[in-house]
Design a protein around this ligand. Structure first.
Ligand SMILES: Cc1ncc(COP(=O)(O)O)c(C=O)c1O
Length: 392
């Protein structure tokens, strides 16, 4: 188990002993079912008819003109629930069903994973509890309401900074006392083994589709693939299929917050050091004593001080470049995509767009760039309005 859960020196499962049997049961079930014909065909059917896969690859012509290269958007924002998160919740939810579990718990930051879990709880008739920090509950209230409408209980997490890190702490704590009937549906490609492997498996459909769509629709592979990085699931989901295409540049964009120099950000791979959080060894935003930083970002889904172990390995190997986009550039990019294409991106996804806008003038006009549009911005309208009131 230890070897399988490692990405280079990263990953592993640094968890209280009481959770080890639950993680082993999960690993055993994943490897039993993930290639099982019945499981695969049920998941494929739900991905198509419930979630809306395959998602389109869209040529954003007017946005491209502004940036000065050819920009294609992988439209995960069009999936049911409004983000890529449903790929993972359908997969893990089905696994929970095959394992005979009757209850789901999950953590959430932006509320997209919470909503995607609440949807699947309703779909499979499972009792669902979502742990969410109080700061995130306030800034992502639309999703909180949607989760409750789907029948889930939303549990306020008041500790720490009231964000994703604290929600994971409480969900893990709850799980230790309820492992027999409860499935912890983890939301990103991080945390203890086997979650990074499981979440990646259910998200690689993004890259498999995108690569084939590039060949079919453009006639060649892209020059660059961009994705935002919180815990790392949408990014590993799209990057994975391109890893062996050495001419395709892969760029992960983290939350630069107010500014990198002020220290008020969530750019883990760009500015972190190796440590252990939430059961895994990874880059981590921490001080000299190993205390985890209070992160800050306009986007709740990227506001997290750690990152998935595979991204740490990909950073060290140099195969993927990791950079940060600051809040102001992100809000500008949100506005630009909305005004040029009529597509409101999630603030998380707008980080990837912001980096691309920053490359304006530096790219050949024939450069083909694929941006993973991980989610839609409906949930963020209130935040954008607060920072950038719309003029009548
Ligand atoms: C739309 C969207 N994109 C990206 C993320 C970041 O998560 P990950 O890095 O796991 O893709 C989130 C997290 O909530 C999200 O809601």
């Amino acid at each position: 188990m230890k070897q399988k859960g490692r990405f280079g020196d990263y990953g592993g499962f640094y968890v209280p002993e009481v959770l080890i049997p639950a993680l082993e049961e999960l690993e055993e079930a994943f490897y039993r079912f993930y290639e099982d014909d019945e499981f695969v065909s049920e998941l494929e059917d739900l991905s198509r008819h419930y979630a809306g896969r395959p998602s389109p690859l869209y040529y954003a012509k007017r946005f491209s003109e502004h940036v000065g290269c050819k920009v294609y958007l992988k439209r995960e924002d069009l999936l049911h629930g409004g983000a890529h998160k449903v790929n993972n919740t359908l997969g893990q939810g089905l696994l929970a069903k095959y394992m005979g579990k009757t209850k789901l718990i999950a953590e959430t930051g932006a509320g997209q994973h919470g909503l995607a879990t609440a949807m699947i709880g309703a779909l499979f008739g499972m009792e669902t509890k979502i742990f969410m920090g109080v700061v995130d509950i306030e800034r992502q209230s639309v999703n909180v309401h949607k989760m409750k409408l789907c029948g889930a209980e939303v549990i306020d997490v008041e500790g720490g900074t009231g964000t994703l890190k604290d929600a994971i702490n409480d969900a893990l704590r709850y799980w230790t006392a309820h492992v027999t009937d409860t499935f912890y549906l983890f939301g990103s490609a991080c945390g203890p083994h086997p979650y990074p492997t499981i979440v990646k498996h259910f998200q690689i459909c993004i890259g498999i589709e995108a690569r084939q769509q590039c060949l079919d629709e453009i006639g060649r592979l892209p020059d660059m693939v961009l994705a935002c990085v919180g815990g790392g699931s949408n990014a590993i989901g799209i990057f994975n299929e391109f890893i062996d295409d050495k001419d395709v540049k892969l760029i992960g964009i983290e939350a630069g917050g107010r500014s990198l120099s002020s220290g008020r950000h969530a750019a883990t791979l760009v500015a972190g050091r190796v440590g252990v959080l939430h059961g895994a060894k990874a880059y981590l935003l921490q001080d000299d004593e190993g205390q985890v930083y209070e992160t800050e970002s306009v986007s709740a889904g990227l506001d997290y001080p750690a990152v998935g172990p595979e991204h740490c390995m990909l950073k060290d190997s140099g195969r993927v470049e990791y950079v940060a986009a600051e809040d102001k550039e992100v809000l500008d990019a949100f506005e630009l995509l909305s005004k040029t294409e009529g597509i409101l991106p999630a603030l998380e996804s707008a980080h990837a767009l912001a980096h691309l806008v920053g490359l304006k003038g530096k790219l050949d006009p024939e450069t083909v760039v694929v941006v993973n549009l991980s989610g839609r911005g409906d949930k963020d309208v209130g935040i954008v309005e607060k920072y950038r009131p719309v003029k009548d």
